[in-house]
Design a protein around this ligand. Structure first.
Ligand code: FAD
Length: 315
């Protein structure tokens, strides 16, 4: 059976950055790209906030640049989805596409997190044309426009507050008649003159034309229908970390994100460390980060994971 020193699962900014560093450290990393080679950024048109691209860059181009940079130093980037792992002893046993088995001395998990959507056909139609799951990424395009955010938790409130710094008006569409966000967050939302909270409302349809989103049809208490004139429709209902294959083997938090010692608490917490609950397994990027979820933070975590992994293999 094939044996590798370092196996990287995932080919987003975290996985490719880990591949650049580990290949330059002569760890001969093997990267499995998964079902979305290049990761989430390949689903967006323009990335404007990644340092080093003064004119912005297409997500696909940027991820192709990262892959080529990793391959230049010898990273072996392969098609294939890791379908099972056995982390009970080292070397770890990894199954790819249900058939191919590999032994790995160390693993860097960089499988990302998928944004949750409402599941409306009209919402899917306008993804990237006004429908977005990332206010920090796309809010800039809606300066002085009217937008809506869906959700009633901390992430929705944070998105609404962020957008309120840029947009003319922000509707916060909340299914229940209360916000689940912290009291402090609620207070900031209620005090913000640009945010209107619609309690007890559900989105029935995202409206649009060839140019993108033009509105949202929502239904409120007692069946009252309302059409919101908006150009941006933001989802703030969270993400699902891609950790199914690690369940029961790595410590996960209550939302399924991988717990690393850098995100843990108490005296054992090591600032920024990517170590997981299993020695020799490291986690980087959105799969271990429920807060920042940006390409640059994922890339930075990929760098840390590579350095942690290198140190582990030397020791
Ligand atoms: C539409 C959109 C626009 C965005 N715009 C921006 C932006 O402008 N700026 C910005 O900074 N951020 C943006 N983001 C956020 C950014 O894309 C993410 O924060 C970043 O991609 C996270 O990187 P990652 O490497 O952790 O994971 P991802 O990019 O999610 O990559 C995960 C990788 O893991 C692979 N994978 C998953 N499971 C397996 C498995 N079992 N086996 C093998 N491989 C697997 C996938 O195929 C994928 O390659 C955007 C996100 C979206 C969805």
């Amino acid at each position: 059976m094939e044996s590798v020193k370092c196996l990287i699962i995932g080919s987003g900014p975290a996985g490719y950055t880990a591949a650049i560093y580990t290949s330059r450290a002569a760890l001969n990393p093997v990267v499995y790209a998964g079902l979305v080679p290049g990761g989430q950024l390949t689903t967006t048109s323009q990335v404007e906030n990644f340092p080093g691209y003064p004119d912005g860059v297409a997500g696909t181009v940027m991820m192709d640049d990262l892959r080529r940079q990793a391959e230049r130093f010898g990273a072996d980037v392969r098609h294939g989805e890791v379908t099972a792992v056995d982390l009970s002893q080292r070397p770890f046993r990894v199954t790819v596409d249900g058939t191919h088995e590999i032994f790995a001395d160390s693993i860097i998990v960089a499988t990302g997190a998928v944004a949750k959507y409402l599941g409306l056909p009209s919402e899917r139609k306008y993804i990237g044309m006004g429908v977005s799951a990332c206010a920090v990424c796309d809010g800039f395009f809606y300066r002085d426009r009217d937008v809506a955010v869906v959700g009633g938790g901390d992430s929705a409130c944070e998105e609404a507050l962020y957008l309120a710094t840029l947009c003319r008006k922000v509707y916060l569409i909340v299914r229940r008649d209360i916000l689940r966000a912290s009291k402090h967050m609620q207070q900031r939302v209620f005090e913000n003159g640009r945010i209107e909270v619609l309690f007890g409302y559900q989105t029935e349809e995202v409206l649009g034309d060839d140019g993108g989103v033009t509105g949202a049809r929502v239904r409120g208490p007692e069946g009252v229908e309302r059409v919101l004139d908006i150009e941006g429709f933001f989802l703030g209902i969270g993400h699902t970390p891609r950790t199914e294959i690690f369940r029961g083997q790595l410590e996960l938090d209550d939302e399924g994100y991988i717990v690393t010692s850098g995100t843990g608490s108490g005296s054992t917490a090591l600032l920024g460390s990517t170590e997981t609950s299993i020695a020799g397994v490291f986690a980087a990027g959105d799969v271990a980060d429920r807060v920042y979820q940006q390409a640059i933070t994922a890339a930075a975590a990929g760098c840390r994971a590579a350095l942690d992994c290198e140190r582990f293999l030397i020791e």
